[in-house]
Design a protein around this ligand. Structure first.
Ligand code: H2B
Length: 117
């Protein structure tokens, strides 16, 4: 099975299917540090990354933003001193899509470039 981080996002419209429980069970082990949470009635993938200071957190934020723009799939990013909270979900379907799992895995790859707390 191809690793999530090596996959590319697929086109996603409003009628695209949400990721199934079977797929979640299969794929979630590849992103073990991410939580599946419900916010505003929608399922999301969420992880907090810790850094030594604000500028490192901001650099990480911008790198994730670059990946998102290239993929055409965007996260919620809260950048604080020494901390970045990243949330992935698919707005057009109001929940989780395979793209969110792919992008969460790609986010972990970006974090590997940094020494995180
Ligand atoms: C027009 C634009 O491609 C769409 O609005 C994209 C942009 N990025 C997106 N990002 C996320 N997370 N969900 C979406 O539904 C989404 N839609």
């Amino acid at each position: 099975m191809q690793q999530l981080a090596e996959r590319s996002c697929v086109a996603c419209e409003g009628n695209s299917p949400r990721i199934s429980d079977t797929e979640i069970a299969e794929l979630k082990p590849q992103i073990p540090d991410w939580a599946i949470v419900e916010e505003e009635g929608e399922a999301r993938l969420k992880r907090v990354y810790k850094f030594h200071d604000f500028m490192t957190a901001l650099t990480f934020t911008n790198k994730v933003g670059d990946k998102a723009e290239k993929a055409g799939h965007h996260p919620a990013l809260l950048t604080e001193w020494g901390k970045v909270t990243v949330s992935w979900w698919t707005h057009s379907i109001g929940g989780l899509h395979i793209n969110d799992f792919i992008m969460a895995a790609k986010t972990d790859k970006v974090a590997e470039e940094f020494v995180t707390e």
